[in-house]
Design a protein around this ligand. Structure first.
Ligand code: PEP
Ligand code: MN
Length: 345
């Protein structure tokens, strides 16, 4: 809020307005000009009625500086949000790896993927049970059976479950199995869904929409937080541009931009960003270097036969090699990353 004092305002009036603003909890920064004094009043008070100040002696005008988001911003919370998910601190020092197949297809497929990623230090198993496919004729996921498999297999390998929820009516069901709700890119502005997951306490992994600006993405996070759930993780997964050589364009600059504006953890999904497995690894390295708090990567025991996103899914040996490289990059930027288990699969 900016309080513009009248040109002839006296020092006593300026002091009185300052005192009143401070009493309301604002931090006041005076800017004393040659003709006029302006008082900057900082502090987030969305319901504050500016007329309380407008009516004071010596005040010329009060201007509200509104921001589209509040809870997601650093002015609301300066320190980074760290979300403890069954002992893994998301948004803390450690670079966290979420990996697994695009879709849950069978217990054998999921178990093989879970064993491979857990052995390399991943702590979350990803996999879609409800799939947002661009074509209604593509594989739509196993539904509740897929959720059940995710939970069973993840528990077997000491992994946490992240899976997509597509509609408000699925929130209760998916919430019975998932440790983290994934909101897919296509649903980033499904405001009813954002509110529905916002009414739960389960952490929400919010992917950036296909054509969403950073501001729109943060406003979607605001929907979740304003509904009562502070546990939001943001994920950059590539945006639509004129470039057609890759599936999307990975906006790596979003990572430092968002980390500057928001206290929320920021992840990168290089798989959906680039769409080709040979390019996933270099982008993953870049994501860690640029400051991502974690990555989401698609891995499949038999990518050529995957029911969805096979071309971008890593083979197990590629995943192992990627993890080895990422640990080096993480070390170079001063962040810990889990080691591979001694007994590799
Ligand atoms: C996915 O994670 O499988 C997925 C569909 O991602 P996105 O919403 O980013 O396209
Ligand atoms: Mn996918």
């Amino acid at each position: 809020m900016i309080v513009v004092m009248k040109e002839r305002a006296t020092e006593a009036q300026i002091a009185a307005v300052t005192e009143r603003l401070e009493a309301y909890g604002f931090e006041v920064q005076p800017v004393i000009g040659a003709r006029q004094t302006v008082l900057g009043a900082a502090g987030v008070q969305p319901d504050f009625d500016v007329r309380h100040i407008q009516v004071l002696d010596g005040v010329s005008n009060v201007v509200r500086v509104t921001s589209s988001y509040k809870y997601v911003g650093r002015s609301w919370q300066e320190e980074d949000t760290v979300i403890d998910i069954k002992g893994v601190r998301v948004g803390g020092d450690e670079v966290v790896m979420m990996a697994g197949p695009c879709s849950v297809e069978s217990e054998e497929q999921l178990d093989a993927a879970a064993a491979a990623v857990a052995a390399e230090g991943a702590t979350f198993l990803r996999g879609g049970a409800f799939k947002p496919r661009s074509s209604p004729y593509s594989f739509q996921g196993l539904g509740e059976e897929g959720l059940r498999l995710l939970r069973t297999v993840a528990d077997r390998h000491d992994l946490r479950v992240i899976t997509e929820v597509m509609t408000p009516s699925q929130v209760d069901l998916v919430g019975q199995y998932a440790d983290v709700f994934q909101i897919g890119a296509r649903n980033m502005q499904n405001f009813d869904l954002l509110r529905a997951v916002g009414r739960t306490e389960t952490p929400v992994f919010l992917k950036r929409g296909l054509s969403a600006t950073i501001k729109e993405w943060l406003m979607s996070a605001e929907y979740v937080m304003a509904s009562g759930n502070p546990h939001v993780i943001l994920c950059e997964r590539g945006i639509r541009t004129f470039e057609s050589s890759t599936r999307n364009t990975l906006d790596l600059s979003a990572v430092p931009v968002v980390k500057n504006r928001s206290h929320l953890p920021v992840f990168v999904d290089p798989s959906h960003a680039v769409g080709f497995r040979d390019k996933v690894v270099p982008l993953a390295r870049a994501a860690v270097a640029v400051g991502a708090d974690g990555l989401m990567v698609e891995v499949h025991p038999d990518p050529p036969r995957a029911l969805s996103d096979g071309p971008q899914s890593l083979f197990f040996d590629q995943f192992s090699d990627m993890m080895r490289q990422l640990r080096l990059v993480a070390e170079a930027v001063g962040r810990p990353m889990r080691a591979a288990h001694e007994t590799s699969v």
